[in-house]
Design a protein around this ligand. Structure first.
Ligand SMILES: Nc1ncnc2c1ncn2[C@@H]1O[C@H](COP(=O)(O)OP(=O)(O)OP(=O)(O)O)[C@@H](O)[C@H]1O
Length: 300
């Protein structure tokens, strides 16, 4: 459905914020787009929606090149994108009026968007007077008016309370179940782990890790993470094939190192380093993400 082919982009002639990036996404998938500050997530979102033009490469949606305002692609931006002086109802009526719809279809879409975003009770409130969480919901409702096939959400739950966050996540799940492809950028990894079917990690304008959430988490399930009181000597790290996450936190892939958990702890104890805060089994996305970035930075 969405296909990015060898995209490059720079804000200025000698800069490159997106570097030879390719990515595909199918209907109904929720892609968690992760990466540290400045990795290029918002820039990539701008290229997908057609707000930015690639220097090289292509963005295709349903096999046609993407242009700004293409029907079927909607964005929930980081910043508030409505008229604060207008009421909630007036904002929705204004944005629905920009779509080529019959009056009946407009009314229907407004009611559905209000319902999906949990805003029905607040239609008469001035948008600027809403709380931060409800302003986010209004941003979301405006994007839903289009009934998008591809919905991009750029940190939609930043500064949102747990209740509003759950409502937004529920709405995202419902949209994905109905076939909408979703790209979701967030720094809240628990949230991404809960809703994303696919993960892409960006670093310096490139995708450094990509795969299904289930596969990425299960691939890492033979890994043990532990801490020690003192940094371990490099020969011991080499012998046990340990990857250093920070000066006193290590990761061992038992499968790759051909070790059992008992053998690993015995070897550490024999060398005088009792492991503490040891975790083993299904990994959390946060660990996979941090490991990926540590590895990327170490090899950069
Ligand atoms: N309008 C702009 N003009 C020039 N440079 C920009 C502009 N917008 C972003 N950049 C630069 O592009 C790079 C990528 O920024 P971008 O906002 O896409 O990152 P991000 O991954 O979304 O970060 P964050 O997690 O902080 O939102 C950064 O180095 C940033 O300084």
């Amino acid at each position: 459905m969405l296909s990015l082919d060898r995209l490059s982009f720079g804000y200025r002639p000698h800069e490159q914020q997106i570097a030879d990036l390719s990515l595909d996404l199918e209907a109904g998938e929720v892609l968690g787009l992760l990466g540290p500050n400045g990795a290029g997530k918002t820039t990539l979102v701008g290229l997908i929606t057609g707000q930015l033009r690639p220097r090289a490469g292509h963005v295709h949606f349903d096999r046609a090149p993407v242009r700004l305002g293409r029907p079927g692609i909607a964005l929930v931006p980081q910043e508030y994108a409505f008229y604060p002086r207008l009421k909630v109802r007036e904002n929705l009526a204004y944005f629905a009026g920009l779509l080529a719809l019959s009056a009946a279809e407009r009314r229907h879409r407004i009611a559905a968007a209000l319902d999906q975003a949990g805003l029905t009770e607040l239609v008469g409130r001035r948008a600027g007077d809403l709380s931060g969480g409800y302003k986010r919901r209004l941003n979301f409702a405006i994007a839903l008016l289009q009934k998008p096939q591809l919905l991009l959400l750029d940190e939609p739950t930043a500064n949102v309370d747990p209740h509003s966050r759950q409502d937004i996540l529920t709405a995202v799940r419902e949209l994905s179940a109905a076939g909408t492809a979703i790209i979701y950028t967030s720094h809240l990894l628990d949230e991404v782990e809960a809703i994303a079917t696919q993960i892409a990690v960006m670093h310096a304008g490139q995708i450094v890790l990509r795969g299904s959430t289930a596969k990425l988490l299960s691939d890492a399930s033979s890994q043990v993470r532990f801490s020690t009181e003192q940094p371990l000597p490099p020969p011991l790290c080499q012998q046990l094939q340990l990857e250093s996450l920070d000066s006193q936190t290590y990761l061992c892939d038992l499968q790759k190192a051909s070790l059992s958990l008992a053998e690993l702890t015995r070897a550490l104890e024999q060398a005088g380093h009792s492991p503490s805060r040891l975790s083993y089994g299904q990994r959390r996305l946060e660990e996979v993400y941090l490991q990926c970035l540590a590895h990327t930075e170490a090899t950069a």
